[in-house]
Design a protein around this ligand. Structure first.
Ligand SMILES: [Zn+2]
Length: 73
């Protein structure tokens, strides 16, 4: 599991409910439990924003090349 975001950041003082979610191992955005992260980049993004994989996909878009790689043909 990647490292959670640094709770000493000013954003968590301003938005303590986000810090609560991180401490509970939840996504800061959708407040659902965390999924597996697809790759190191996604894990790193979690350490910054606290967003789960599916929220990252929605926010940043899914890399189309990676999707094609996963296709069964
Ligand atoms: Zn989420």
């Amino acid at each position: 599991m990647p490292l959670p975001p640094d709770l000493s950041k000013p954003i968590f003082a301003l938005m303590p409910h986000l810090a609560d979610r991180i401490m509970q191992g939840l996504c800061t955005y959708c407040s659902l439990g965390l999924d597996e992260f697809r790759d190191e980049l996604s894990a790193k993004e979690y350490s910054i924003s606290g967003m789960c994989q599916s929220c990252q996909d929605k926010t940043f878009g899914v890399n189309e090349e990676e999707l094609e790689e996963g296709a069964p043909w």
